[in-house]
Write a protein that binds this ligand. Sequence first.
Ligand SMILES: [Ca+2]
Ligand SMILES: [Ca+2]
Length: 461
Amino acid sequence: MAAPHVTGTLALLWAYEWTEGYTQLKNRLLTSTDARTNLAGLCQTGGRLNLNGALNTAFWQPRNDNFANAYTNAKPSSASSITFVANNVDATKETGEPNHAGNAGGKSVWWNWTAPDNSSVTFTTKGSGFDTLLAVYTGSSVSGLTLVASDDNSGQCNTSQLTFTPVSGTTYRIAVDGYNGAQGTIRLNLQTSSAAQPTSLQFTLSTVQRPSGQFSVTVTGPASAAVTLDTSSDLSTWTPGYATFTLSGSGSFAYTDTSASPSVRFYRASISSSGQQSCNVVGYVDRTMPSGMYSMHCNPLNGSDNHINAVLPSMSNGDTLSKWDDATQQWMTSNIFISGSGWSDPSMILAPGEGFLISVGTTLTHSFVGEVAQAYSVNPVPNLQSIRSSIVPQAGRVMTDLHLPVINGDTVTRMINGSYVTYTYSGGAWSPSEPSVSIGESFWNNKNVGFWWHRNYLVWP
Ligand SMILES: [Ca+2]
Ligand SMILES: [Ca+2]
């Protein structure tokens, strides 16, 4: 399949199935190919593009979701490694399927690999976008498998790695699943090297702090590694080499940015000598909450604790926060800050993707801190009224830049200087214009049909 054909086909398919994310559209294409004997073993599907099939299939799960539809792997005898790229978005667990690597998972996909000889072989999921599970079996049915090896977290960033010695000519069944049903982009690597991967390079979420004008976080990774920090204000364009430092002999460094004066800054890390990249992105988002009016916000960053007292700890007596209940289409009971004891409902969670209204007695600028939600995520936007925000903390036009799914008749309502402004999508166009939101802003949706708002953010694309 030549790339221009595939691109054109995907564009047509997107026009038809425009509420789906790109992984689902890709799955439709791969699922609906025509099998061709002359392509068998040469590409993962062993088939030819079929646009009509893609338009008509009701199946947007990965083609290799079920055991019986496993992709077939082979490594060229001259190569030391090969990587297969796939995803487990919307994949399922079959009846009788075992738990992989000791976790219930729930979104498995499958490969077959036939050993060319008796040489030790290593499989890893390094570079996958989420917390993977990996298991290798023999057997001919999903409910009658014999475990050969399995692993949860021996790779970097909660990915998996295992090594075993195969029997020449035996076909092994390889499952990749997501821990507790996590999903996203998969890289399955088949290699001869069994070397352990270096310690993960990551920001410790619980150490993120934002004193005035500063931002601090502890970075952990391989001992004595020279680390470079990149910064960004939009998670799209990165400024490389903002700071450099060396981890201690125990693999740790307490970093402080003493010039954290912009209202938004994100940080990612890498080790230039090895190319190793950080598992996560952390940062801060400053939001002004004006007194004498309501304003709409979200918690833009995932914290180590997303309870309201951890997210908004320093408010004034009487400040009032309101969330909307989608199911009953009513306001939840107002949450009121009481000096000395905190919020009246401390059990309330403020998670990325949700939104709230707040009324404060004294104008303040609050800094949200934490990490960026990564991998494939779904934000359900129900029919009727709901308050939502982008799961990924980015600004922009809601549909064009942030991929909010809308149909004719849907509205978006923003709070601007204490007053509501409504934008209507009708006849394929926005009136008065497509709404553009800021980082950390939430807004009302009034929808005719509920949709899933998909995002798939990777720190290192
Ligand atoms: Ca499956
Ligand atoms: Ca894992």
